[in-house]
Design a protein around this ligand. Structure first.
Ligand SMILES: [Zn+2]
Length: 510
């Protein structure tokens, strides 16, 4: 029997705002001292009134717009009633039938990724408040509750069950994570619980007679706190459910957890009757209304999203998709690259829409600068973040450096020394070269003297070369570069050695 995995996601994301959703307590759930960011409102004391955080609403609407969702002209909050120790009011302020955003979609995969292009439709995006956090100290018979997180603005996004594989599920979460960061809506850090994923997964079958898709029993996987957990749990469930169905077993409608260590999902609880949360409109908060002009104003604030940036970087700079992905994921690095390219633009003309084949000067420079940033600079930073504290070269100086390399005024070996100095301490590359005595030797007499010295010491290599051993030539070039500490102009070194060895024809070609 063939099964079609049918997967929907429910994603909660803590919004990045100064204060909590309904009070002026700091939105800082990671504060190490428990129950310090609390007040009567977020502790749910009787008689207190919630005051809406406009910034949080604006951020959810921005996310909606970025996903092509419809912003509801009128939206309201509802009370979701249930009892739990981390919920002091006895209800959570959430949204039921009039969420902030409805519909929308997110395209994932395609060029440069491991999966085919795929559109995942969004059901809704709404706003609610986060709950407190229960702590269970080891070896004790009680639990503690920390309300620092209680009342933190939380966005909930629900997708249609369009996803069909573990890789797609992961890709969706990753792309959404980027979008949230681009909009400064959330840090979307999964390890810190700022982005939490729940998976709904079932296996559909195709009815042999009607050809219609028949949905299977839905299983929920809760509390997935890393991309690896999302991908791993979905992959595991697809296999588990397929095997169970093949054995003729029924899939239980249940909630499962994910064991990161064992790489398996496990049953947490069987679904009883659907919970009745007795939703009713929140009487203390008036409905939220937005008009056409306000939607237009917000739309203008969405800015360039990751997908558009990807396409532009490939088009404008002719970079490989893997390199582009690094610049898209690391915005600071991507922005720095763009500043560098605009500095270089005064030297070569790098403009969008230029007719330029892949090997024209513009693209060679663009790729050279990109390669230095994604490989050499990362090598110097050794895992440290690319930021002002760790990286001190201005875009102007870095562009200058790229020019020196491109024009072969310094060798790549000297380049590494200069770049390391620029990253660690900053400065103009030309000054660094001068101060450290790293300037290139292009004086033929000086190079000739070095070559003569090397040939004298390595008579055997000279004989080898004359007997047709090509690598003897490379060896001699390497020796000359070594005695000049990498400063000799490598092209001149090759040319003069060939002349010296009586291979003038080859020398002219070089
Ligand atoms: Zn508070």
């Amino acid at each position: 029997m063939e099964y079609i995995p049918t997967i929907g996601l429910e994603i909660h994301s803590e919004l990045k705002t100064e204060s909590k959703m309904f009070c002026s307590c700091p939105n800082s759930p990671d504060t190490s001292l428990p129950n310090t960011n609390v007040c009567p409102i977020c502790l749910g004391h009787p008689g207190t009134l919630p005051i809406l955080n406009g910034e949080a609403i604006r951020k959810v609407r921005l996310v909606g717009l970025a996903l092509g969702a419809r912003l509801l002209e009128r939206s309201k909050f509802d009370r979701k009633n249930y009892f739990y120790p981390d919920l002091p009011k006895g209800y959570q302020i959430s949204q039921y039938d009039e969420p902030l955003c409805l519909g929308g979609k997110l395209d994932i995969g395609g060029e440069g990724t491991k999966i085919d292009r795929k559109t995942v439709h969004i059901t809704r995006v709404h706003m609610e408040e986060d709950t407190g956090k229960l702590v269970h100290p080891d070896g004790t018979d009680h639990s503690l509750v920390d309300f620092n997180r209680g009342g933190v603005p939380l966005m909930e996004l629900v997708t249609e069950p369009d996803i069909e594989s573990a890789a797609q599920a992961r890709e969706f979460v990753e792309e959404l994570q980027l979008i949230l960061r681009y909009l400064a809506a959330s840090d979307a850090d999964m390890e810190k619980g700022k982005l939490r994923v729940e998976v709904n997964i079932s296996m559909a079958t195709i009815d042999a007679d009607s050809g219609k898709k028949k949905l299977g029993t839905k299983v929920e996987i809760k509390n997935l706190n890393s991309l690896k957990a999302v991908e791993g749990s979905v992959a595991f469930e697809i296999i588990r459910q397929t095997q169970a169905l093949d054995r003729g077993e029924k899939i239980l409608q249940e909630t499962r957890g994910w064991d990161d260590f064992k790489g398996i999902t496990f049953s947490q609880r069987e679904k009883e009757e659907a919970n009745d949360y007795r939703y009713f409109p929140e009487p203390d908060i008036p409905p939220m209304v937005i008009n056409h002009q306000e939607v237009e104003k917000l739309t203008a604030l969405v800015g360039e999203l990751p997908a558009a940036k990807r396409a532009r970087f490939i088009r404008q700079y002719g970079l490989e998709t893997a390199t582009v992905e690094i610049f898209v994921a690391n915005r600071a690095l991507g922005n720095y690259y763009e500043r560098t390219m605009s500095e270089l633009g005064e030297w070569v003309n790098v403009e969008e829409g230029d007719d330029c084949n892949t090997d024209c000067e513009e693209n060679l420079m663009a790729r050279l600068a990109a390669n230095y940033l994604v490989s050499d600079v990362q090598g110097i930073l050794k895992g440290r973040e690319f930021c002002e504290n760790n990286y001190h070269a201005t875009a102007e100086n870095f562009a200058e450096f790229i020019k020196l390399i491109y024009k072969k005024e310094i060798s790549s070996k000297i380049g590494k020394l200069v770049l390391a100095e620029m990253v660690e301490r900053g400065g103009d590359p030309t000054d660094i070269i001068k101060d450290k005595g790293l300037s290139q030797i292009s004086d033929e007499g000086q190079i000739l003297a070095a070559i003569d010295g090397v040939m004298e010491k390595n008579a055997k290599a000279v004989v080898d070369y004359r007997n047709g051993k090509g690598n003897a030539f490379q060896f001699l070039v390497g020796q000359v570069l070594a005695v000049t500490h990498g400063r000799a102009n490598p092209d001149l070194v090759r040319k003069i050695i060939l002349q010296r060895l009586g291979d003038g024809a080859a020398a002219d070609k070089k």
